[in-house]
Design a protein around this ligand. Sequence first.
Ligand SMILES: [Fe+2]
Ligand SMILES: [Fe+2]
Length: 155
Amino acid sequence: MDAIALLKEDHKLVKNLLGELAESTTRAVKKRTELLQQIHMNLKAHTTIEEEIFYPAFKSAGKKEEEKMYFEALEEHRAAEDLVLPDLMKTDPATEQFSGRAKVLKELIEHHIEEEEGEMFKDARKLLDKAQLEELGARMEARKKELLQQLKAAA
Ligand SMILES: [Fe+2]
Ligand SMILES: [Fe+2]
């Protein structure tokens, strides 16, 4: 599978989950908890395959500009996954504080996805050929499967 197609599929899934979460109300405690678990697992698997496989290939195929994009993207992962998401997971889903934090997470991730799809992936298509993208895609697909299994076992 093409690396970029695979990552875009993940984006679609995570965006849908975040959309559902943002629309849920303080009464939907069970639904919020389940959605958050799904978001957590899918986001973790996605950012891990990007950081382990796609980003390094992108960075080493590029120059200064790609290096900048690489570091900005890493910081966005960190903001979402190490700061906003853990906070949200500790927040009572029956509160409006949860609603506010869920919205911020959604906006943060949507912004990140826009930058990846609008800039990084476009650039990557120029820097990496079809065979390279296929090879990266295959590696990411296998790694993602493994990660999801681990995350489900730990949940
Ligand atoms: Fe990313
Ligand atoms: Fe991504």
